[in-house]
Design a protein around this ligand. Structure first.
Ligand code: UDP
Ligand code: MG
Length: 327
């Protein structure tokens, strides 16, 4: 019996590209002679025709399954739902906008057959991205690696192939603020890099506005490091030492001179400085506490409105959704 490859494609308002993506993926799948394929599209609460298009693809092709979210839960959650649903011996994550060329997956499969459990794509070139995005991404991965306890490869995305061992390990991770590429590094097993040239988005706009990018970056850092907390202690300590010096200075002026009304500037600086440091530290603390609160609520990670394309005798491998309505 052939092994099964699951290809997971998160889609959010991708009506302009999804048809072309389907074509490219079909062509790719036709080249796979000794593997069976299942294509899992996650519609992350699109407001355009993405769901309808995906539904029509699923009607025509028994290998296609659609996980339709009840609202937009975000890219990392969509990827998670796809990993949960996948039945394959290996699972490939790929973006819907054709920035990750499906053809590269052949090389990933070859590495998997050599015995690797994770083959992650490393972007050698990223044409069509703004200088701002390139610079912030570069800085982000370097800062993340300084802070994180597990090394997370530089300049990778979620484009990767993972073996069943890795997928089962990811499924067993219940955390809510998910930074999938870091979680894959954390799992371990045999991992290897595969350099590839990242293409430009085929059509449409990026679905990652600055707001989502910031949330993504904080998730990456806060889920993989408690160093900001330790740094806030360091920051507090140095501010306190400075403050102590200031206090001594003020006392000396007060006791030994009669010029204490002066120094108002220094006073203001001290008050503002300490206030600022305190707010930063409280803010860092707050971020972690917010995450604890989020975890403690134990809400399901995502809500699926419908699972499309599943025959009556089978369903998604797993689901964290309270509603599992198969169509
Ligand atoms: N995406 C998603 N939910 C979101 C945002 C994005 O499922 O809330 C999907 C999107 O459809 C695409 C992938 O995640 O398949 C990557 O998004 P995008 O290409 O917009 O990000 P960029 O490449 O610009 O970083
Ligand atoms: Mg993209």
């Amino acid at each position: 019996m052939n092994k099964l490859l699951s290809i997971v494609v998160p889609c959010y308002n991708e009506e302009e590209v999804i048809g072309e993506t389907m074509k490219r993926l079909n062509a790719f799948c036709a080249e796979l002679t000794d593997l069976d394929v299942e294509l899992i599209f996650i519609d992350d609460g699109s407001r355009d025709r993405t769901r309808a298009l995906l539904r029509s693809f699923a009607d025509e092709d028994a290998r296609i399954r659609v996980v339709g979210f009840a609202r937009n839960f975000g890219h990392q959650t969509a990827v998670t739902a796809g990993i949960d649903a996948a039945r394959g011996d290996a699972v490939v994550l790929i973006d819907a906008d054709l920035q990750d060329p499906p053809e590269v997956v052949h090389q990933m499969i070859a590495k998997w057959r050599e015995g690797y459990d994770v083959v992650y794509g490393v972007r050698t070139e990223r044409p069509g991205e703004s200088a701002f995005k390139l610079a912030t991404a570069r800085a982000f991965y370097r800062v993340l690696n300084k802070l994180s306890d597990v090394p997370i490869p530089l300049d990778t995305g979620d484009f990767r192939l993972m073996s069943r061992h890795v997928v089962d390990s990811l499924v067993a991770m219940p955390e809510r603020d998910r930074f999938v590429r870091g979680m894959v590094s954390w799992v371990g097993f045999k991992q290897t890099a595969l350099p590839y040239r990242r293409a430009e988005r085929f059509a449409g706009e990026s679905k990652y506005p600055l707001r989502k990018m910031l949330k993504f970056a904080t998730d990456g850092i806060l889920s993989f490091s408690t160093k900001p907390l330790q740094m806030s202690i360091g920051l507090g300590m140095s501010a306190a030492s400075l403050a102590l010096a200031g206090i001594l200075y003020a006392l000396v002026l007060r006791i030994f001179t009669n010029q204490w009304v002066e120094g108002w500037t220094a006073l203001m600086i001290a008050v503002l400085f300490i206030g600022g440091v305190q707010l930063i530290c409280v803010g860092i603390l707050g971020e972690y506490i917010g995450r604890i609160y989020n975890e403690v609520k134990h809400r399901p990670l995502y809500v699926v409105q419908e699972y499309i394309g599943y025959a009556s005798h089978e369903g998604p491998a797993r689901s964290r959704s309270p509603v599992v309505d198969r169509k």
